[in-house]
Design a protein around this ligand. Sequence first.
Ligand SMILES: [Zn+2]
Length: 379
Amino acid sequence: MSATTQPRAAQRSSRTAVRSAQTREHNLALVLRLVHAGGPTSRATIARGTGLTRPAVSDLVAELIDRGHLVETGMEEQNRPGKPGVLVDVNRSGRAVVALDLTAYESLRAAVLDLDGTVVVRLDRPLEQSEAGVDPQVVVDLALEAVAASPAPVLGVGVGSPGIVTSAGVITMAPNLGWTEVHLGAELALATGLPVEVCNDADAAVRAEYALGAGADDLLLIRIGRGLGAGLVVGGQPVRGAHGAAGEIGHVTVGTDGGRLCRCGRRGCLETWVSAPSLETALANPTEGGREAAVTEAGERLGIALAPIVAALDLGEVVIDGPEHLVIDELLLATERAVHDRILSRLPLDLTVRRSVQPGDIVLRGAAALVLGSQLGLV
Ligand SMILES: [Zn+2]
């Protein structure tokens, strides 16, 4: 019977059932988030922290223990009168997430992470450089290998891929892998039988920085690699854009003075100053001012491109992620200066330009954070 032919009372009660199931999932996630952030906690403290009643919290905690997401860890220390409570904690090492990073030059990277986002197993598969690109089956096999290597039951698989990725896990275009319209999410879900989240590598990186690296609620992350990409969080929400391509600023023309020829065929793209190959070239062939001047020019161009974005969204933080020998102080300072010079000054001046936390694993951690978000309502 379709919803339109159901008696009204039945429609109402089925809607109420859906709502109460949603409320319950919401409350389960609320409890889990509080314990994840705070560590071992008693039921009484959870009730105070969430505003839920004690019986409701006991019931939710019981279900989370049944699901294997929470564990009892011991008794509360007695520092006030009354019966000490039993502490519960997130089953941090009793559940795991598999994450894949498809952006490295020479290899595909996989890892198993615990619920704190710490890597506990690593698997790398060297890439054969070929004209034909990467066979998606190699990625599927690597995911299966990682799931098999996990010391704990796996909640899901997260993937950070170069290129443009839809919310349904289709990689519409990833020239570096030789992919167009690859349904990677569906293929991985079929092969592993697990929930799968696929996103662009810069979107994964900004998620890691925001959720696991204590980033600001309004944050832009620049990712310097073979090219340049950006991930954006606004008001605590990741931004993907109308076509899943938010943050694709590598081929924005910066300035009206020409500039070098870009691999896209035009001149003056941001990538021609700010990408790993461009910065390597600048550092290897310093102009009169030396290495500092070479990198300062790149930072200025980056700042020129970022200023209108920072101003339009009133961002609090710009994070620059990339190889450690390229993301040097001079680059950060020149970027910050160029942005500040081009926006209406705010008092206090509260835009920070900084390096990413744990740059080497940022895509793996971000891909894992996506799964923790979708499966547990965490981070
Ligand atoms: Zn270009």
